[in-house]
Write a protein that binds this ligand. Sequence first.
Ligand code: PMP
Length: 453
Amino acid sequence: MERIRFWEFSVARTLTKSNEHFRRAVQRMPLGVASNFRYWGDEKTIYVKSGRGGRITDLDDNVYVDYRLGYGPAILGYAHAEVDAAARAGMEMGGVFALATEMELKVADRISRMVPSAELVRFSNSGTEAVMAALRLARAYTGKDDYILLEGGYHGLFDAVMWHAPMHLWNQVGDPEIAPYSEGVPVSSRSHAYFVQANDANALEEVMKRHADKIACLLIEPIMGNCLGIAAEHEYVRAARELCDKYGILFIMDDVKSGFRVARGGVQELYGVQADLCTFAKAVANGYPISLLAGREEIMRKLGQGVAHGGTYTAHPVSLAAADKTLEILEETDALDRVAVYGQALRDGMSAILGARGIAHSFVGHPSMSGLYFATEPPRAYRDWKSSDYSFYNAMAQHLHDEGVLCEPDSREPWFICAAHDDSCLADTLRGFEIAVDATLRDGAGTARKASA
Ligand code: PMP
């Protein structure tokens, strides 16, 4: 029997209940939400009722195939029966004790097996916390304060890394200005950071050569999960490793978004290059809050021997139990292979639709977290995004939402795939994508440059 698809019954999307809820929520909560990134406009903010597999349902019963997946965590899909059962069992322990439990070692052992450089492991609650700890540890170990970041990288919401190149303001002449992400970030927190472009090993060496005596670490996302998924080239990552060794600088790989997604052992396995320290969150526990800092024993042993680390909720039994089950599934099944296969099929399907209309496009990064980029040549660095037709993407995203395909409204966020995305998700997505592309062309949005023109 043929599957019945949700959209056969769907009428034009309305957000009546979400909008009503927004008007109440905004009375009590800034922007009516718990994270600035979740506010999409007074009339466009979505409130979720539930998530199952690769789809979510909003308050108005609109169903979406979800490619945001909470910015990546739901690697196995929402409401995963085995992970949720493990989390419930974790709850049976009774809470948090400000004491250790046996489960910590079990999960740390598995991580150490899966991740190349993870000789020792510490848990935290969020990506931000793990990266903060990594930076502090690198500074303590090297006795130096400065660090190098990539333009387009994102490492969480703490002052030291809340500096970026606001590319939309850049006039494509000279270097973009470096500005804080937010008001309230002290100017003094900028003074320790150097910025380089991705995939330019010469520029990286220039900075290291000049400032090696002050630089503690290179802190990068080899796959920029907040910037189209732009991937560092293999030679660049290898060169970065060698340069770090040459200049006495630690290499921190921030695998918060890409870890346990692009490969079982994250970017280190994918590139065959080991970090000194690495950070993970998102996919670790399929959405339960947990993050981790791992790395070389000699460095990690400084935790507790001069370097502070802790937190009331670290290694919460519920999250740990969910992590144990999620990582077991990722390590022992073909879940990540299926994720990559789906991601490639999605790219192929979108490419056929765009190609048939002569729209210049390319895909960026790993198929499990693809950036869709409106220019023929994929970007090698964040600056390249400026010359893509991102206004076409932004207009198309609105139509996609109306068609039940949920991507981030901002073109810089990749499309995340989970193991629960199935053939019906793919068919619904491509059907919606075709409609959305045609609607965007009709609107006359962007320049929609012809691939062959
Ligand atoms: N590092 C990277 C690479 C991230 O993508 C993020 C979040 N998107 C963070 C750190 C911060 O993680 P969190 O939001 O859990 O604090």
